[in-house]
Design a binder for this molecule. Structure first.
Ligand code: HEC
Length: 146
């Protein structure tokens, strides 16, 4: 009986999360946005999802959320900068303090950053439209105030 319980617990811990999250793209209507968002979703899941989670909810008080997060929503410029250069030091997201370093992504191209940004800023109830690689290049030329 005890063994059964352990197997059951193990199985539920390993089972994949709700697949509803795969549907986030269906809310995007503009085909230009969709083109970027489809690639952006894959790149996000490969480069960011391990930490921020594919559903953007973060991990406890170690990794801040992106979904419904005031810090994230406040500035596309800052998010673009963080993706490329990483982030260190204390920040407050939705009233919770975080202070773990995020690694830089020097290999991400402006196009890839544009695709991730377009994805993230057009799901979870947001509708920022397409963020182009030209915009990303401009953002990367000037460090935001933070
Ligand atoms: C190794 C784990 C890790 C990876 C991978 C990672 N991050 Fe982060 N990220 C963090 C941590 C930790 C912080 C908080 C940094 C701090 O406390 O200063 C953070 C902060 C942020 C923030 C600002 C805080 C917020 O919630 O808005 C944004 C935006 C962000 N990350 C986006 C991304 C994106 C997009 C990617 C993929 C390109 C990514 N991160 C990859 C760990 C990670």
């Amino acid at each position: 009986m005890r063994k059964f319980l352990i197997i059951l617990l193990f199985a539920s811990a390993c089972s994949p999360k709700s697949t509803n999250e795969d549907n986030v793209l269906v809310h995007i209507e503009d085909p230009e946005v969709m083109k970027y968002a489809v690639d952006g979703k894959t790149i996000y899941e490969n480069h960011c999802g391990n930490c921020h989670q594919n559903d953007g909810t973060g991990v406890g008080n170690l990794i801040p959320p992106l979904r419904d997060a005031d810090y994230f929503q406040a500035s596309v410029h800052r998010t673009v900068w963080i993706m490329k250069h990483g982030l260190e030091g204390e920040i407050t997201v939705n009233g919770q303090i975080y202070n773990q370093p995020m690694p830089a992504n020097p290999k991400l191209t402006p196009l890839e950053i544009a695709q991730i940004s377009t994805y993230l800023y057009n799901i979870w109830g947001m509708n920022e439209g397409k963020i182009t690689s030209k915009e990303v290049e401009n953002y990367l030329q000037q460090k935001p105030d933070f």
